[in-house]
Write a protein that binds this ligand. Structure first.
Ligand SMILES: [Zn+2]
Length: 299
């Protein structure tokens, strides 16, 4: 099974007090995603662009994650994005944040990623130039010093140049190559879970309001009267089936293993939701394995 750290932490949210490490991870990942969304938006503005987001290649000693891979007729670009905020300085081969903290040189990471990509796709490295590019996506990022001897990089106000570099990618040949690359895409997230999984008993069970993240203790006595309930904390109107599904998904993510219908019922608890509703949602939305009396559900 695969889970990424962000989904896991989102499942925990509202169900326990996040530790400092968990909260720091949560913030860091959310920030990274913000950056990747900004970059994806810039890429989507390029006509005829052909790219892959978040490529993960796994094999012993040859594992890597690449934020974006852009295919063009002559070159394949491997993009690493950094969403650093505020001003950074580059001196003596090192990058420093405003509070003088030294940051790992992103170009070293990119070098390894490129080697790894070429290991996985040797035939592509004969046909194309494989180029690494570093992008900085935060609008408030600024850089003192010159990084250009290290490699190619783009600041947020230079993203308009992408259209000169990344166009003409939608040829049949390049679309086919994209498929080839994607066929090697794996999920390394579980392996790189950056927080320790908590035991289930440390975590509050039940259905959770997706807006205020509070556990809902009562869905009303007459379950059949309406498909919606109103959160007693933030007064959002919520679809019952979506709430049940989200709660079961949380259970699966937090447990980190397939769940049984009995565990599902215990997790939902006595809030006026019928056994039948829970079973229906498990059957409809989860995959299952095992025989009739011992079925495990997973996503
Ligand atoms: Zn609420």
């Amino acid at each position: 099974m695969t889970t990424n750290t962000l989904e896991y932490l989102q499942a925990l949210e509202g169900r326990c007090q996040l530790s400092d490490t968990e909260q720091a991870q949560f913030n860091q990942i959310t920030k990274g995603q913000e950056g990747e969304t900004l970059l994806a938006t810039a890429l989507d503005n390029v006509p005829d662009i052909n790219y892959i987001a978040d490529l993960q290649l796994g094999e012993k000693y040859h594992e890597t994650q690449i934020d974006f891979v852009v295919l063009t007729p002559q070159s394949i670009f491997l993009i690493e994005n950094k969403h650093y905020q505020s001003s950074y300085q580059f001196t003596d081969g090192h990058l420093y944040s405003r509070n003088h903290k030294r940051v790992d040189n992103p170009f070293l990471q990119m070098h390894d990623a490129r080697e790894c990509f070429m290991h996985h796709f040797p035939e592509l490295s004969h046909q194309f130039k494989i180029m690494s590019i570093l992008t900085f996506s935060h609008p408030q990022f600024s850089l003192r010093g010159d990084l250009s001897a290290q490699g190619t990089y783009f600041l947020p106000n230079e993203f308009h140049q992408f259209k000169h570099l990344f166009s003409y990618g939608k040829t049949p040949k390049l679309l086919f190559i994209k498929k080839q690359i994607l066929s090697k895409n794996t999920n390394l997230e579980e392996k790189y879970m950056t927080v320790k999984r908590r035991p289930l008993h440390e975590v509050a069970s039940g259905i959770k309001c997706p807006h205020c993240k509070k556990i809902i203790l009562e869905c009303g006595t007459d379950i059949s009267s309406s498909n919606y309930i109103v959160c007693s904390y933030c007064h959002s109107s919520l679809k019952k089936s979506a709430l049940i599904y989200a709660a079961l998904k949380d259970l699966y993510l937090i447990k980190g293993e397939p769940i049984t219908s009995r565990e599902a019922r215990h997790w939902i608890g006595d809030v006026g939701i019928s056994r039948h509703s829970i079973y229906t949602i498990l059957k409809k939305n989860f995959k299952s394995k095992g025989d009739k009396f011992y079925i495990h559900y997973f996503l």
